[in-house]
Write a protein that binds this ligand. Structure first.
Ligand code: DC
Length: 226
């Protein structure tokens, strides 16, 4: 049996607050935060910008040969990580609901998952990271020392996503956001490889009625007490 790595994994559906919680927990522990969803979003963005047909796995495979993704810490503590594709900053373009849907689509392609999983494992080689995504506890870091699965009602997740987008000054169609969340959950959970699911050894937390600070506190206490 290989030893457990000093890695925290946080998986769960979209809009559950994983990013805020992962960032906060990483700060608290002095670990690096790894946003794996940002990498799927970067691939989706690159395909769209490069006119790559995401239905054509071979074309996507060719696109991946020259893939160069870099994640850097945000300039301000509460911002998302900064994402660079081929040296160009794309952070401002990838956090839209449309890019989330396209990321979900490309993430079902085996060629994409293989490539990004290997990249993520390299990033986590030294340990001391908080990795967030859909399959970080099941596939990317099965040897992680601490695994969490965060969940919340779809309606609550839609409400939070609407708040986030409204705060950014975007106009939102509330019914559409809820429908997108439900579709993305279904697609992410039903795909054949690395579907969204809790690892058997993950601690499940229902965040429907908890603030991000409360979730971080629970995770932190669990880790310190283990
Ligand atoms: O966490 P997010 O919303 O930024 O992720 C965007 C999409 O990327 C998500 O719908 C599915 C995919 N994804 C994945 O398949 N595996 C991960 N570890 C992270 C994200």
């Amino acid at each position: 049996m290989s030893e457990k790595l000093q890695i925290v994994t946080i998986d769960g559906p979209s809009g559950v607050g994983k990013s805020t919680v992962s960032r906060g927990l990483a700060d608290r522990l002095g670990f690096v935060y790894l946003d794996t969803g940002a990498m799927y979003r970067a691939v989706a963005y690159g395909c769209r910008e490069g006119g790559v047909d995401v239905e054509d796995e071979q074309a996507v495979g060719r696109f991946l040969q020259d893939l160069h993704i870099e994640l850097l810490p945000p300039k301000r503590p509460d911002d998302d990580v900064r994402v660079f594709l081929g040296g160009q900053e794309i952070s401002g373009f990838i956090r839209t609901p449309e890019m989330g849907m396209l990321a979900s689509k490309v993430s079902a392609l085996p060629v994409v998952r293989q490539k990004l999983t290997v990249m993520q494992q390299k990033m986590g080689r030294a340990g001391k990271i908080v990795a967030e995504g859909r399959d970080t506890g099941t596939v990317v870091f099965p040897q992680a020392a601490w695994k969490f699965y965060l969940d919340a009602d779809p309606e609550e997740r839609a409400r939070r996503r609407i708040n986030q987008l409204t705060l950014k000054g975007e106009r939102v169609d509330e019914q559409e956001i809820l429908a997108q969340i439900i579709k993305r959950d279904r697609d992410d959970s039903e795909r054949t490889i690395a579907p969204l699911k809790a690892a058997d050894d993950a601690v499940r937390i229902d965040a429907s009625r908890l603030s991000a600070a409360e979730v971080i506190e629970r995770m932190f206490s669990f880790i310190k007490g283990s």
